[in-house]
Each structure stands twice: as C-alpha cells, then as structure tokens.
Design a protein around this ligand. Sequence first.
Ligand code: SER
Length: 316
Amino acid sequence: MKSEKILIIGSQGQIGLELTTELRTIYGEDNVIASDVKRPTEVSGLFEELDVMNKQKFADILKKHGVTQVYLLAALLSATAEQNPRLAWDLNMEGLFNVLNAAKEGIIKKVYWPSSIAVFGPSTPKKMTPQYTIMEPNTIYGISKQAGERYCEYYHQKHGVDVRSIRYPGLIGYKSAPGGGTTDYAVHIYHEALKQGTYECFLSADTELPMMYMHDALKATIGLMESTAEKVKIRSSYNVAGMSFNPQQVADEIAKHIPNFTVTYKPDFRQKIADSWPQSINDEEARSHWGWKPDFNLAQMTTDMLENLKKKTTSV
Ligand code: SER
C-alpha cells in the first residue's frame, strides 16, 4: 500500500463519487478522505465537511489528516455557472488558490485539478482541436478554467508545485449523476430511455461534442497522477479524448438495444454553450507523454451503461 493521504474536495459530485471509491481501492480506505460542502445522508469512510473557500477549515483538515495529495473537484459547471457567474468565479478560482498555495508552502505534495473542453471558444478550430490553439472561451465556466490553467502552470514554473490537470470532455457514467453541465444530456438520455422509452433533448440532434465514459475518465485521472513527474510535461492541462458524438448518434445506438426509443429536440440556452465548444479533440500529447489511451467507444459504452443501469433499477 502506498503511503499517501488523499483529500478529495467535491466528493459528492459526478466525478468525486466514483473517484473516491476507486482511490480507496488503490490506496486503502483509511488513506482517502472525502469532503464536500454538505455531509451526505449516508457516509461510508472518512468524511469532512468542507467549503474549499474556507481557508482555515481547509488548513485544519490538511493538518488533522496529514494530507499529501489533493484532488480539487468542487466547481460550478458550465450551465449552472451562467446562472450564477459571481459564485462560479469565486468558487472555481478561490478554491484553486487555496489548494495551490498549500502546495506552494510544501504542506501538500501533489495536486489534481480538472480543466475542461470549455477552455476553448467559438474561434477555436472545432475538429481535432489541438493541445495548443486559439482559446477564447465565452462562458464564465470556460473563462475560470482557462485562468485556472494559467495559474497551475504559473505555480509549477514559479514555485515548483506538482500540479496535474486534464481537460475533461463530457463525462458519462451510471453510478453518479451529473450536475449543471452542458453535456449532461448524454447521461440523462440513458436513464430516460430505460424509464420512459423517450427523451426530450436540450441540444439539437446534430450537436457533436467530445465525450468520455467514466471508466476512461478515472483511468486518465489516476494514470496522470501516478505518472512520474518527468512525464508530465504540460502543467496547464492536457487534452484527452474518448469519443465524439451528437444526440442523434447516441439515440441511434440506444435504439439498437431499445428499438422503440424516441428522442425529441428542444434546444435551450445550453445550445449556445455547446456551439462554442470543439467537436473532437486531438490528444496526442497525453498519449505520447504519459501513455493515455481510452478503452470505450460509443457502442461499447452504450452496452455497458444500459446493462448497469438495468441492474441498478432491478436491485432497488
Ligand atoms: N461537462 C462539462 C459541462 O458540460 C464540461 O466540462 O459543463
């Protein structure tokens, strides 16, 4: 067992819930502390109530548990951030400062912070978007992520902070629910296909976006964090790709399993956000630097999602 003490901030979110379980399997139950703003009704394992903007409480928790690594997952996502830009900025940036500063002071040794495809904007090349390209995000979420990326690189270069990051595409999993993102439809569509046999999509049928199965997101995250420091050559954030599809394509794939499945389209404000993002991602740096490679395509993910969601509903 490795002698790390890991703090996950935002453990109740879509990624946090799954990452906590995965890290506990690798590092041991007692070495992974989950934290979130609110204590969940059912707590399994070590848990601390923490608002990452509360610097003192954060410092106390680091000390109490002798934390060596922090995964900072607390954030407002793209759609929610547009509804509350001030809170989004404060949470997304201040949380990061508190964590980076703790690393700068040598209190923690390694930081994981997620960025997003939202760092790209309408002037970015849409297909096979490269690691280095025009970035003019026009959502508050994207602006906060881009600023965050610059801060991560700055803290690495200036203060030697070992910070690592991935630009997540839309994430899809059966264990946890997404919250407030523009790509959330790609999770809801599976639930509704099984429950109702129909789904009303808030993006248009041909809106292609980069996506990734949660299995691959965890693989990328842990793979990057476990790489030797020399391999992590990019300290802003890495492009990673899983798959790309539009709502029509995922609906067609689901219909192979649920033949009468129908989808209607009613784009809302999230359409504009989606239209500002890339359609597909070039992740050659992540592949060559630290050996990234996804396992799931759309067909494999759809089979796995539906199988597991069915199991979940029958076991309740
Ligand atoms: N899934 C996120 C969102 O839609 C993108 O990082 O906000």
